[in-house]
Every structure is written in structure tokens, then in C-alpha cells.
Design a binder for this molecule. Structure first.
Ligand code: FRU
Length: 483
């Protein structure tokens, strides 16, 4: 226990299980002043195995308290991914006295010499998710032929006055509706000839989002796609923007967009039941990649979640894309150490900003004077660093973690991660560094790049560079823990 707590890669700002394996976030829901984070968990090993739902709660989305395991495997199988909702009006009949939580999840049944069976089931809780009762009528949804039939995300749809489930069904997402969470009716299927089919479709989410600075709203469909060894990127998440009428999701374009340009943000889904007065749509993802998740060099525990992020839609040139910002609750965890304005940096200049910190944040507005390649180096220690380069010739941002510390557990891990950019002349960057991760937001979250790193220390210092010509640091802010 002690050793695990002192282990150097354990994050401070991010949720990680005390012990053993974790993957997808599940059952994200707000109820009675608490955010609940359930998660795919193998409590007996630090590798993926028979799945349970682990459980943690938080009042501010940053500091999490891990509680007892919520759901254990049973005769219908192990407990794969799913969601949770508050049944305010007792539609299910589980809550004659007071509203409570219902979890809707996949039962995954392994069978000897046969393909596994995946079905959808329910569990409910009368005590804020501390203990759960499995519904006696499980499973509530089966399919006669589909093998990949999993990860139900359920929400109450005001327009159709019914529960809606989006479910990953192989290379598509299927939509079902229900009056009571128990009886489900097929509505439609989405995905043929749409978006990326590089891997199996998993962990969908469907929700409405505000368009920045307007009263307009659009529907967004998240679809994670599993690892396929034929491609470099491993597992990642795509999204579509469109409309939903209670029956069918219709995208505005056939093509999709990537939610994150880093390798380590997968299976992200959003919180249910965030109060209307708050009005935010907040999601978090599993900060790993199926390509190497089982091999990352942590001891006794494996995997962590991304920071929770608020989602918005922004329109550029008639096209809508997601903007993501870490929730404002994080702000109180930082205090400014140093701020600079209008510092011109040339190739010969050494400029080191000491942080010497367990976690840190850097905000920069960089403008090229005549530099073609510029950026910053995060010095984790004297020898270990991660470099972020903006390349004006190629119009890309590159994150290179090959010298960031432990990288040899996977061939794939040291390959550079890239973001294609419209304008590389002026960049606004925000980077949040924890013991073993970097979350980079470009131009106030128009693009995100989430990346694990395994250095000896989070951050000793930051330096800025240009390979030729000069760059102006219009503004720089370096922050360290406030507590
Ligand atoms: C996604 C996923 C889900 C499944 C779960 C199993 O990472 O493969 O589709 O429910 O993980 O742990």
C-alpha cells in the first residue's frame, strides 16, 4: 500500500485506481452533490481481465475518493462498459420512495470454444451508488446475431419523452428507446459508410451541445474505435456533428473529426444529470491506448483518466467542431510562479523557467517573428524532456516524447504525435503536466493533444526555442501547485 502510494508515476490531479487495472470511464453521473466515476476494473491483476465496475466520487471533479467495487461479475457474465442515470420520475419502478441511480451496462459472457455473448443489463442503487441491486429481469436487451453489442449510453430525451440508448454494434451505432429502462425498442442504426472504420466501434455517446456565442444547438455523436495493428495510431475517438429527432441521428457530413490528436484519450463519455443551472457538458476519457495500455511501466496499478473537460461547439467556415476546456474547478489547484510579456527569443538565447514541481501548468501565446520552427521543451529532469515543435513549413505541431523517460515498453510509444494546423504564425497553448501525463490545448481548446509520459519527475523547468529566426513570447504564464 505504502509503496504504491509513493510510486513515482502516480498522478496527483488525475484519477488512477489505488490498485490493479482500469480502463474506460463508466456510469458518469452527478447526483446529490457528488460526481460519480465508475470504471472498468480488474481488481485481481494489473492487466485487463474479468471486468468489474470500480467506483470513485468527487465534489469538484479533480479530487476523487475511491470507494468499494460497485458491480461484480455474475451468472450473465463480467461487467463491461455502460452508463448511469438518475431515474427522477421512477419510470423503472425501482424507486417508489425517492429517486435513485440506475446503471445500464453490458454483460460479457465468455463461453468455452464459442464466441462470447454480450447483452445489456440493469442495476439500481438506493444509497448514492454505494451498494447495487442487479435487476432480476436481466438481461434487458439481447441480439440474435451480433457479437459486438456493447457499451450502452443512456439519456432522457425531452423531445420524445423517452429514454434513449446508443449502443456500439460492430461497425455501427444502434439507437434504442424505452419508457422504463427495461423494455427497449430498436429505432435506427448509424455508421455505414460514415467516418472511420479502422477498428471496432465502441463506447458511443450522443448529446446536444451549444454552439459558442449563440442560441443554436447541435447533436454530437462520439464513437471510439478500437486498436487495429495495421494503423499507427492505436485506439482513438471520432465524433460527428448533426441532428437527432428522438429516432435517428443524421450527421451534417459523412466525414468525422478526431476528438484528440494525442494517443492517450480513449472511450471518453459525458456526465449525466449535471444540473440545468450549471448547464455544462463535461466528459473525461481513459488516458491510455489499447496498443500499449497493458504494458505501461507503473507498478501495482495501471491507467488513469484524462482531466474532466467541458465541451462546446464552434463554427468556422460553416463547419462545426468541438472545443474542449479543462473544467474551471482545476484553477484553484494552481498559483502563478512567473509571468512574462513580449520577450523576443532568438536561436542563441537561453531562457529557462524553473518550475521544480510535482505538477505544473504553462500558458503561452507565441508569435513567430521570422522563425520557421519554434516551440518549447519540457525538462522533466536534466536528461528527460518532451519537446513541442510548431513547424511553419509543414503547418503542424509535433509532440515528441522519445526522450521523456521510460519509453521502451512499446515500439509505438516514442513515435511523434502530430496536429495539423491552419495558422502556425501565432499560437495559444496551454499545457497541464502531471506526474505521468501532458494535456495540451491549442487555441483555447480548439484542438487537444493528450499524451502519457513516464519521466522521473513531472517538471523541473521549461525552455522556449526557435531553430532559426526569432519568436515573440507575447505572453507566458508558469504555474505551480497552490496547495
Ligand atoms: C473499450 C472496451 C469496451 C468494453 C470494455 C471492456 O475500451 O473495449 O468496448 O466494454 O472496453 O473492458
Amino acid at each position: 500500500m505504502e509503496i504504491i502510494k509513493l510510486e513515482k508515476y502516480r498522478p496527483i490531479l488525475h484519477f488512477a485506481p489505488q490498485r490493479n487495472w482500469m480502463n474506460d470511464p463508466n456510469g458518469l453521473v452527478f447526483f446529490k452533490g457528488e460526481y460519480h466515476l465508475f470504471f472498468q476494473h480488474n481488481p485481481n491483476d494489473s492487466r485487463h481481465g474479468p471486468m468489474h465496475w470500480g467506483h470513485a466520487v468527487s465534489k469538484d471533479l479533480i479530487k476523487w475518493e475511491e470507494l468499494d467495487i460497485a458491480l461484480y461479475p455474475d451468472e450473465h457474465g463480467t461487467i463491461f462498459s455502460g452508463s448511469a442515470v438518475v431515474d427522477w420520475d421512477n419510470t423503472s419502478g425501482f424507486f417508489p420512495e425517492e429517486p435513485g441511480l440506475v446503471a445500464i451496462f453490458t454483460h460479457h459472457l465468455e463461453r468455452e470454444n464459442q464466441t462470447p455473448i454480450q447483452t445489456q443489463s440493469l442495476a439500481y442503487s438506493h444509497d448514492q451508488g454505494r451498494t447495487w441491486i442487479k435487476y432480476a429481469g436481466n438481461p434487458v436487451l439481447k441480439h440474435p446475431t451480433k457479437i459486438d453489442f456493447r457499451d450502452p449510453k443512456v439519456f432522457w430525451d425531452e423531445a420524445s419523452q423517452s429514454w434513449i440508448m446508443v449502443l456500439a454494434t460492430g461497425q455501427t451505432v444502434s439507437i434504442y428507446s424505452s419508457p422504463n429502462l427495461k423494455a427497449w425498442k430498436f429505432e435506427s442504426e448509424f455508421g455505414e459508410n460514415m467516418g472511420s472504420h479502422d477498428g471496432v466501434w465502441e463506447c458511443p455517446d450522443l448529446f446536444e451541445l451549444n454552439v459558442d456565442n449563440s442560441n443554436e444547438k447541435k447533436w454530437v455523436l462520439f464513437v471510439s474505435i478500437g486498436d487495429n495493428p495495421q494503423f499507427e495510431t492505436g485506439s482513438r475517438t471520432q465524433y460527428f456533428v448533426g441532428s437527432f429527432d428522438g429516432n435517428k441521428f443524421v450527421p451534417e457530413h459523412e466525414d468525422m473529426k478526431w476528438l484528440d490528436f494525442g494517443k492517450d484519450n480513449y472511450a471518453g463519455v459525458s456526465f449525466s444529470d449535471i444540473p440545468r443551472e450549471d448547464g455544462r457538458r463535461i466528459y473525461l476519457g481513459w488516458m491510455s491506448n489499447w496498443r500499449y495500455a497493458n504494458h505501461v511501466p507503473t507498478e501495482g496499478w495501471r491507467s488513469q483518466m484524462t482531466l474532466p473537460r467541458e465541451l462546446m461547439l464552434r463554427e468556422t467556415g460553416g463547419d462545426f467542431h468541438i472545443v474542449q476546456k479543462v473544467v474551471r474547478e482545476l484553477d484553484t489547484y494552481f498559483t502563478t510562479k512567473e509571468e512574462i510579456s513580449n520577450v523576443i527569443i532568438g536561436t542563441e538565447d537561453t531562457n529557462i523557467y524553473e518550475l521544480d514541481s510535482e505538477y505544473a501548468e504553462v500558458e503561452l501565446i507565441l508569435e513567430s517573428v521570422d522563425a520557421s520552427q519554434y516551440g518549447l521543451t519540457i525538462h522533466h529532469t536534466k536528461k528527460q524532456y518532451t519537446r513541442i515543435t510548431i513547424d511553419k513549413n509543414e503547418n503542424i505541431l509535433l509532440l515528441d516524447r522519445k526522450n521523456s523517460g521510460k519509453v521502451d515498453f512499446s515500439d509505438n510509444f516514442s513515435r511523434a504525435q502530430k496536429v495539423k494546423l491552419e495558422d502556425t504564425n501565432k499560437m495559444k497553448l496551454r499545457i497541464i503536466m502531471d506526474s505521468s501525463s501532458l494535456e495540451l490545448f491549442i487555441n483555447e481548446g480548439e484542438q487537444a493533444l493528450t499524451s502519457l509520459v513516464y519521466p522521473e519527475k513531472a517538471c523541473e523547468s521549461i525552455s522556449l526555442f526557435t531553430t532559426e529566426g526569432k519568436v515573440n513570447v507575447v505572453h507566458g504564464k508558469f504555474s505551480i501547485p497552490s496547495i
